[in-house]
Write a protein that binds this ligand. Structure first.
Ligand code: PDD
Length: 334
């Protein structure tokens, strides 16, 4: 946890600015919220719900909302680094695809979505963390499966302060294998996440931090991230896009960075045995950016430490976000 506090203290807020700027209050509170040297990172207090910014505890959603009753909802999670949105265009375009696929009218233009995200991150003083967005099919007077012809969406956004370039990125995580029991439309980002929530619980019970999902003898993806391996002969492999996996925005960005460097990324499914034999494994997601996987089930990956390809990917990605890598992730340069 000391690491986590360090991540935030790297962005000091000058006292004068803090006094003037309402938006910085949460962030300053974050610095102060220490108990026994442990930083406490609250969810942002200000949320956006259906046209208004409000205190989180005052936000109210109908019990008949189809998001609640049927998981009839799209969501997006966008990383924020240095107070700026990361890969926003990709997120807003995937949101459009998800909404189209589940019959929810898109309530905002891309520019309006961006404006809502930026306002929310300012109001919460968010420097590093995530903006969560959910659009549901809304509520009407009843519960029926098909619902009305046209839905009136519920829109919710909240902010989540957390280190993205932090201890997980530095030291890596352990993964287990689990059967992929999800529905067939994993290419759209809906809130049907019960299997993933249970996967994380199983991982935790096994002393791991994530699970690699396996279907028909191949890894689909990680519980909430895309999965990558680097083979013994240095091939970089991540699963090809189809309805079997989510088209990760971080995945697309990493592929572009690697190809810019003249490196080849092979997009194909790989087996658990190929993962066991891999020299390196990592995952990509807005939630953890580039997370090295250093242990798979009870076996170390490679020498049990994040490897050079993973470090290169981290460096390229962090540089693209404008991070000062020598300061915030010197370990990625080693
Ligand atoms: N999850 N695959 C799955 C199943 C995911 O849930 C996610 C992201 C990804 C990576 O996508 P992206 O790079 O666009 O974040 C892949 C988010 C972070 C979440 O549910 O919290």
């Amino acid at each position: 946890m000391a690491h986590i506090f360090h991540v935030f203290t790297k962005h000091p807020v000058p006292a004068t600015l803090a006094a003037e700027c309402d938006a910085c209050k949460n962030f300053v509170a974050l610095h102060k919220n220490q108990q026994g040297g442990v930083a406490f990172m609250p969810m942002g207090d200000i949320v956006y719900l259906n046209g208004a910014f409000t205190q989180r505890q005052d936000a109210r959603i109908s019990p008949l909302d189809r998001g609640f009753l049927f998981a009839h909802a799209a969501y997006e999670v966008t990383a924020v680094y240095g107070g700026r949105l990361v890969d926003f265009e990709g997120h807003v375009s995937r949101l459009r695809n998800t909404l189209d696929a589940i019959a929810i009218p898109n309530p905002h233009s891309a520019a309006d979505w961006e404006d809502l995200h930026v306002q929310l991150l300012h109001r919460n003083g968010l420097q590093e963390g995530l903006i969560y967005l959910q659009v549901t099919a809304g509520a009407y007077d009843g519960r029926d499966f098909a619902g009305p012809d046209v839905f009136t969406p519920t829109v919710l956004l909240f902010a989540d302060h957390r280190p993205l370039i932090g201890p997980v990125a530095e030291h890596g995580i352990r993964a287990i294998f689990l059967n992929d029991i999800r529905w067939r439309r994993r290419d759209i980002k809906t809130t049907q996440l019960l299997s993933q929530a249970l996967a994380y619980r199983s991982a935790r019970e096994a002393g791991a931090q994530t699970a690699f999902m396996v279907e028909d003898g191949y890894v689909t993806e990680a519980a909430s991230a895309n999965s990558w391996i680097v083979t013994e002969d240095d091939q970089i492999i991540t699963r090809n896009l189809s309805s079997d996996i989510l088209p990760g925005i971080t995945r697309a960005h990493v592929i572009a960075r690697l190809r810019d460097r003249g490196l080849t990324v092979e997009e194909r499914a790989f087996t658990p045995d190929e993962a066991y034999a891999a020299r390196e494994i990592f995952t990509t997601s807005a939630g953890a950016m580039i997370a090295p996987v250093v242990q798979l089930e009870d076996r170390p990956v490679g020498d049990g430490k994040p490897g050079p390809v993973t470090r290169l990917v981290q460096r390229l990605y962090y540089e693209a976000l404008g991070a000062d890598v020598s300061k915030v992730a010197a370990w990625a340069l080693a």
